[in-house]
Design a binder for this molecule. Structure first.
Ligand SMILES: C[S@@+](CC[C@H](N)C(=O)[O-])C[C@H]1O[C@@H](n2cnc3c(N)ncnc32)[C@H](O)[C@@H]1O
Length: 283
């Protein structure tokens, strides 16, 4: 039987979760951002960090302020969404896309690619570079979507801190890049600015995997390191959107810690490059 101290801790955690659920419901009703089906462990951590940053002790006080202050909410959004990214992150994934998926995509006269949860653009600019080197960029439209407007603005600017570039360059070569990454950017006061010509084929847009519907038919969905923040029900919703959006035999790429196993759509896809989490829609 749990000790008195243990019972007290468990009770406190239960009450905290109730308060968090009320907060997420309030955010949804006020701002239509739906975090109600995100993994609770991650939400707990993120809200706690935000409360330290904004110097509030009680969730109810935080809720009061958030409901009345849209600027505070947009700052809070930076805590609720995780923005960690890197160009050619997990280079072996990009290598698999480059060497195994692109040759199949090359058989289509025109292509549509959806990068869902694109954050500040590292993944989408990486794909644009590899598509260019494969001679496919000119016939491709890439939809880069996210719920974080600030991240989307950064993504669209194609500007990254110069101190991140050496890591990006190493990743680019490990991913099978054929030139030097420096061929694609110029160094400016604000950072490394990537070639505008790559951006001509990219459409940046606000889209939520939690509340929005499918918007186009695509040949390849890359959604990496997003599903890990969702509970199972929301993961099923998101993968359902990808399935609906993909052409028969279209491709789906996930993050290294993500899987389709045990999900509602596990039988709708088969592994294509299993170790790199690349799947193919069953026709
Ligand atoms: C960790 S980043 C992943 C960035 C990139 N895909 C990568 O792997 O480097 C997760 C991104 O998912 C976005 N995100 C969170 N919830 C989302 C939702 N409901 N719909 C679309 N994007 C979402 C976040 O704003 C964030 O930009």
């Amino acid at each position: 039987m749990p000790s008195v101290v243990c019972r007290k801790i468990m009770e406190d955690e239960r009450l905290l979760d109730i308060e968090l659920r009320v907060l997420l419901e309030a955010i949804y009703l006020r701002y239509h951002y739906d975090f109600r089906s995100y993994a609770m462990s991650s939400i707990r951590r993120r809200v706690a960090q935000a409360m330290v940053r904004f110097k509030v002790d009680k969730i109810s006080d935080f809720q009061h302020d958030l409901l009345r202050d849209p600027v505070l909410f947009s700052e809070m959004l930076q805590y609720l969404t995780v923005q960690v990214s890197e160009m050619f992150r997990d280079p072996s994934y990009f290598k698999a896309i480059n060497t195994q998926v692109f040759p199949v995509l090359a058989t289509y006269p025109s292509l549509k690619i959806w990068v869902a949860g694109c954050s500040s653009g590292e993944e989408v600019w990486s794909l644009a570079i590899l598509l260019k080197e494969a001679g496919l960029l000119e016939r491709t439209i890439i939809y880069a979507t996210d719920i974080n407007a600030e991240a989307l603005r950064k993504a669209e600017s194609g500007t990254f801190d110069v101190d991140r570039i050496s890591q990006f360059s190493r990743n680019y070569l490990a991913a099978g890049g054929r030139h030097s990454l420096s061929d694609y950017y110029t160094s400016a006061y604000q950072g490394a600015v990537f070639d505008r010509a790559l951006k001509r084929q990219i459409v940046f847009a606000d889209h939520s995997l939690a509340t929005d519907a499918v918007f186009s038919e695509v040949h390849f969905v890359s959604c990496r390191n997003v599903l890990i923040y969702f509970n199972k029900q929301l993961q099923d919703r998101a993968v359902g959107l990808f399935h609906e959006s993909l052409v028969p035999l279209g491709f789906l790429g996930l993050g290294s810690k993500e899987a389709l196993q045990f999900g509602a759509h596990q039988n709708d896809f088969e592994p294509f490059v299993k170790e790199q989490k690349v799947f193919r829609k069953v026709a």
